[in-house]
Write a protein that binds this ligand. Structure first.
Ligand SMILES: [Zn+2]
Length: 508
């Protein structure tokens, strides 16, 4: 069993002894004893793909995810204005949830914000809705060309409509003032405490600009990070090469790898597909050419970095897997090199075989399947049979770890756990492509076991046991024996990192 009840004695960050005893959970650390009633302990939950600072801004910024139209977004922004410098910024709009299901345009923003530049990121972070003032400050007009890997959406007369996709977002985004260091530290800490309150003991920061590494290092040196953060540095434009960081571990913070993007997202039709989108005359586009990815990954691997590449469309996944296999076959990787396929969202059967390679790890977000299903059906039609292919990955002998891509989606790992096990999209009552569902054990492994085995290099780590680093998640439900309906209601009531209780919600 992976769910533990009984007594856990912790000493010097490690579990010194355990004594199984159904009915209660007692944690003893040096002179303190804490009892959790009706609770079960698990090896610490990991979220292997998220964006910590972005979660901090989301928790503290204008959030448009509940808005059901462009008008509602405006109303909400007027009620909750959030500024960076003179810019009004926000995130989370999703036209798929609106009646007209159409991208918004700049007219309505211009009406309410004629003189204030506005930048509102789409829910998936792969498109931005901006106004004329923002375009003007950025010098984007009808004569501007699409940058490689991006699109300035234009109307019939060639004028920008106010929606920028993928790399075109940067044309405007780079003019928004950055957070001050102290502000950023507060955002990161508020995110970390929130993550801990969902039982997460470890998260992987999936795109950290090297400029911000010093902020995490400072928080870690001050001993303020309640949970462990493994980071992957921005590398698409070789950003990491301008800094001296190498793979290294500190207290709760570590630098592990480099992050690349092979394509965009399905929602904004930026994911690279083999066939046309079912609802557009386009196959999406790659954000990096295979030769370039090979060269960039090679120079990272030679320094000991893990390589993590975002891949959503089947063409992007195929390209990344072929590139990874070439790196392995050319002897560029060593025994413990890690090549991560981030999202692994649509994979043709022919390409699944590459996941058998020991060095290749699929890093997936089950919650995407629950929210994306209706959109994915529109974009992919019956090619959805290749989408979110988690069980197929395991069946191939591949290794898989779980995450959420917070703050794009909720970071509550229980929702993802339920997604793995029941695979019932939020708008439905029945499982979607049910052959891809996980068993309880497989779902627990993806959150609690496999991430530690791969990234913490802990071999003997299949449940809560003696000798293990005391990173423990305490839940109010036994995930192995509860009914299907109870999974989604499960709550974290304790989070222990290095033996310290960093979150607890002990109920009587
Ligand atoms: Zn991400």
């Amino acid at each position: 069993m992976k769910s533990f009840q009984g007594k856990i004695v912790i000493n010097e960050r490690r579990i010194e002894s355990i004594d199984e005893n159904p009915g209660s959970l007692i944690i003893i650390n040096e002179n303190t004893q804490s009892e959790f009633i009706n609770a079960w302990a698990y090896p610490g939950f990991s979220d292997c793909h998220g964006h910590v600072a972005a979660l901090g801004s989301k928790l503290n910024e204008l959030d448009l995810s509940k808005c059901r139209s462009a008008e509602e977004c405006i109303e909400w922004s007027l009620l909750n204005p959030k500024y960076r410098g003179i810019w009004l910024t926000g995130r989370g709009w999703n036209e798929e949830l609106w009646d007209d299901k159409k991208f918004p345009d700049l007219k309505i923003l211009d009406f309410y914000y004629p003189d204030t530049p506005v930048y509102l990121a789409r829910v998936d972070g792969h498109a931005a809705w901006v106004n004329s003032k923002a375009l003007q400050l950025a010098g984007v007009d009808k004569f501007s060309q699409d940058p490689p890997g991006g699109m300035i959406i234009k109307d019939k007369s060639g004028n920008p409509t106010g929606v920028l996709v993928d790399n075109a977002m940067d044309l405007v985004k780079k003019f928004i003032p950055k957070y001050e260091k102290e502000q950023l530290k507060e955002l990161i800490l508020s995110a970390c405490h929130n993550l801990a309150s969902y039982g997460l003991t470890q998260v992987h920061e999936a795109d950290l600009h090297p400029e911000n590494v010093k902020v995490f290092l400072e928080l870690d040196r001050e001993n303020k990070l309640p949970i462990k953060i493994k980071s992957y540095l921005s590398a698409q434009k070789d950003e990491w090469k301008n800094y001296d960081y190498l793979p290294s571990s500190f207290n709760n913070f570590s630098i592990c790898g480099l992050k690349f993007y092979a394509d965009g997202a399905l929602g904004s039709r930026g994911a690279a597909l083999f066939e046309n989108y079912r609802d557009a005359d386009s196959k999406g586009f790659l954000l990096i050419e295979p030769d370039d990815l090979y060269k960039k990954a090679k120079s990272g691997l030679e320094k000991g970095f893990h390589i993590a590449t975002h891949a959503i469309g089947d063409r992007a996944n195929s390209m990344v897997l072929h590139t990874y296999s070439k790196l392995i076959e050319d002897g560029i990787t060593v025994q413990n090199s890690i090549l991560r396929l981030e999202h692994a969202q649509t994979i043709r059967n022919d390409d699944l075989k590459f996941l058998k390679y020991k060095n290749i790890i699929a890093s997936v977000q089950p919650i995407h399947c629950l929210s994306d299903a209706p959109m994915a059906e529109k974009r992919l039609g019956d090619n959805c049979k290749y989408a979110y292919p988690w069980k197929s990955i395991l069946n191939t002998g591949g290794k898989l770890v779980a995450g959420s891509d917070f703050p794009i989606e909720s970071h509550n790992p229980i929702i993802g756990m339920d997604g793995f096990i029941r695979r019932i999209p939020f708008d439905r009552n029945e499982s979607w492509y049910h052959e891809e569902r996980f068993s309880r054990e497989e779902a627990i492994d993806a959150y609690c076991i496999t991430p530690h085995k791969i990234f913490d290099d802990v071999l003997n780590h299949d449940n809560v046991q003696k000798g293990m680093t005391a990173d423990i998640t305490i839940l109010d439900t036994n995930l192995e024996t509860c009914s299907d309906d109870e999974i989604r209601k499960t709550k974290a009531i304790g989070t222990i990192v290095n033996g310290n209780i960093v979150f607890s919600d002990i109920r009587k």
